[in-house]
Design a protein around this ligand. Structure first.
Ligand code: ZN
Length: 255
């Protein structure tokens, strides 16, 4: 078990490094395979020892060795996020097929979260394959029907909410990226997750969004990315959804 957890932490750091490439290049429409990693500022090609997760950033103290430009804290942070998430997933799921699903799912969610925070977009190149991968895993894990219903219901629910919102207020509340992300969550987690995901993400989004608007004194219509809340709610359901459901049925319902 300790080897599995340690292995997943290390693998998470490495894939976190790749996730950084995705976060930087996907919104810019650049190839994710070539060229190799470069300094975003001067284009200096990174040698292998400048490209070690966490360590390189720490050794270089967050600056490019070539042009001395500051390198975003996002690089080591995202590597750390993925390393810790994957380690925890390994500990939580153990040697099960669910672990493979969880690793892929959590990596996609971290990438989407950071892209949404930086650009306000949830690119189709992740969400659409995400829906397909979620359905394939649904088939492998024996809940294909839940996955398909989850994907269709996820997209339709947000589409409907956005329609009503548009009719009532005359402006767009949710983006198409949010529809597709909810469809992806439905595909991976099954339709049973949707009420929880929608409730928790809207609640946290409203609370944190209000605090943010108060602190920054921005206009109420300032666009606040909703993707990170959806991603976090999906991750919580993946890890503790069945416990939460049992707790709800045992404790809340009979009362
Ligand atoms: Zn540079």
């Amino acid at each position: 078990m300790i080897f599995l957890v340690a292995g997943c932490v290390l693998l998470g750091l490495v894939f976190g490094s790749f996730a950084n490439v995705l976060v930087y290049r996907l919104p810019r429409g650049e190839s994710i395979v070539s060229p190799g990693s470069r300094c975003p500022s001067c284009g200096h090609a990174l040698s292998w020892y400048e490209n070690i997760p966490l360590a390189s950033w720490l050794v270089l103290r967050g600056h490019c060795r070539h042009c001395d430009e500051a390198i975003s804290i996002r690089y080591p942070l995202l590597e750390l996020c993925l390393g810790l998430t994957w380690g925890y997933m390994a500990w939580h799921f153990g040697w099960e097929m669910e672990l493979v699903t969880a690793l892929i799912f959590s990596m996609m969610l971290w990438v989407l979260t950071w892209i949404d925070l930086e650009t306000g977009l949830l690119p189709d190149v992740i969400t659409l394959p995400g829906i397909a991968i979620g359905i394939v895993f649904g088939m492998v894990l024996g809940h294909l029907q839940d996955s398909v219903i989850g994907a269709v219901a996820g997209y339709s629910l947000f589409w409907l909410v956005a329609r009503v919102f548009l009719l009532l207020t005359g402006r767009e509340g949710l983006g198409y990226g949010d529809f597709k992300l909810l469809a992806m969550l439905g595909a991976f987690l099954g339709w049973q997750a949707l009420p929880f995901v929608i409730f928790i993400s809207s609640f946290c989004g409203a609370v944190i969004g209000s605090i943010y608007l108060l602190l920054t004194r921005k206009h109420v219509r300032a666009q606040i990315p909703f993707g990170p809340y959806l991603a976090a709610s999906g991750m919580i359901w993946l890890l503790w959804g069945s416990d939460l459901l049992r707790w709800y049925l045992d404790v809340i319902k009979p009362a």
